[in-house]
Write a protein that binds this ligand. Structure first.
Ligand code: AVJ
Length: 320
């Protein structure tokens, strides 16, 4: 069928594709062209991100794993045993077991928008923890959700690793934290990973690696637009550009036109001048003060924090 063919060729039908098209067409009509970072993660984009996490320059993943592994006892003591762990996003094969081993959970509830991705992520965990109730929830965690019966009455621990919150502007991050607060309820605790403000060069290199993997990740967005939306963007005229925006404490990823270009997407015409950019991602960085402010605005009270040996990354605990 056409649907199966589209799946094979990665041309998703329906609502997701409509949202992608709307986001791209709206974003490229802005004075500063912009495409939301969530659209990086098609199959190839997810593979490239996995590759990024193994780059020597990309420290956040290793630093967070170091924290969870080395400070397991302290984290477990601060959180307490017997909580139902609710992970926002399909669990990562490395981080989730590290956390589960720290806290002796009563249940594990990953929430993700992609049901297929969720079910895959649950398989190795089910093998590793045969006695742990695992209850995946397919849904959009940016809005308050009902938790499954397996959680009923138990104290809950929300888990939001990876500095994923950094993709959001502070106002959006606050909305997300409030939605998580509403989902998890009274008495819950949140464990959240945030990347820290640091030396400009270390930050820029983490997003502009020598092997060009992050550049390929950034440019894959254009490949995806051309494939899924029938775009004619000349990829060879765009180059990966990283900016450290010091006022806003964020790394910005852009795609910069190396010459004047014109292209069509879904029968709409666009042009870019040489030097003009498409803003494709923000990655906000925090210190303890700004992280505390953000959590408080999101209706969470921080009560413990942990960082890696080089103070590059932090994991915070906050209570509802
Ligand atoms: C997955 C959003 C945490 O911001 O560091 C990595 C994504 N982009 N390299 C990050 C990313 C370019 C990553 N997050």
């Amino acid at each position: 069928t056409q649907f199966e063919q589209d799946l094979i060729e990665e041309r998703p039908a329906g609502r997701l594709r409509d949202q992608f098209r709307a986001d791209v067409l709206t974003g490229l009509r802005q004075r500063q062209k912009v495409v939301p970072a969530r659209w990086f993660y098609d199959l190839r984009g997810s593979e490239l991100f996995e590759e990024i996490t193994r780059l020597p320059e990309y420290y956040p993943t290793r630093a967070e794993i170091e924290i969870l592994a080395n400070q397991c006892g302290e984290i477990g003591a601060a959180v307490g045993e017997g909580r139902a762990v609710v992970e926002f996003g399909a669990g990562s094969a490395t981080k989730t077991p590290l956390l589960l081993d720290c806290i002796a959970p009563a249940a594990y509830v990953p929430i993700d928008i992609s049901g297929a991705f969720l079910r895959e992520a649950c398989k190795p965990l089910a093998r590793r923890y045969p006695d742990l109730p695992i209850v995946p929830v397919e849904g959009d965690f940016t809005h308050p959700l009902d938790l499954p019966d397996a959680v009923d009455g138990r104290p809950v621990l929300g888990f939001f690793p990876g500095s994923t919150i950094g993709n959001l502007a502070p106002a959006e991050a606050v909305d997300l934290l409030r939605a998580m607060r509403a989902t998890l309820g009274d008495g819950s605790v949140l464990l959240i990973g945030m990347d820290m403000i640091k030396d400009r060069q270390v930050l820029v290199e983490a997003y502009d690696d020598g092997a060009g993997v992050t550049a390929a990740f950034n440019l894959n967005l254009v490949t995806r637009i051309n494939r899924e939306l029938g775009g004619t963007i000349p990829i060879d005229a765009l180059r990966h550009k990283i900016v450290w925006n010091v006022e806003r404490a964020r790394i910005e990823m852009h795609l910069e036109a190396s010459r004047d270009i014109a292209f069509d997407i879904c029968a709409q015409h666009f042009s870019m001048r040489a030097g003009e950019t498409i803003h494709t991602e923000n990655s906000h960085k925090y210190d303890l003060a700004s992280a505390t402010q953000l959590l408080l605005a999101g209706h969470w009270t921080p009560f413990a924090h942990f960082h890696d040996s080089e103070r590059r990354f932090m994991v915070l605990l906050a209570r509802a």
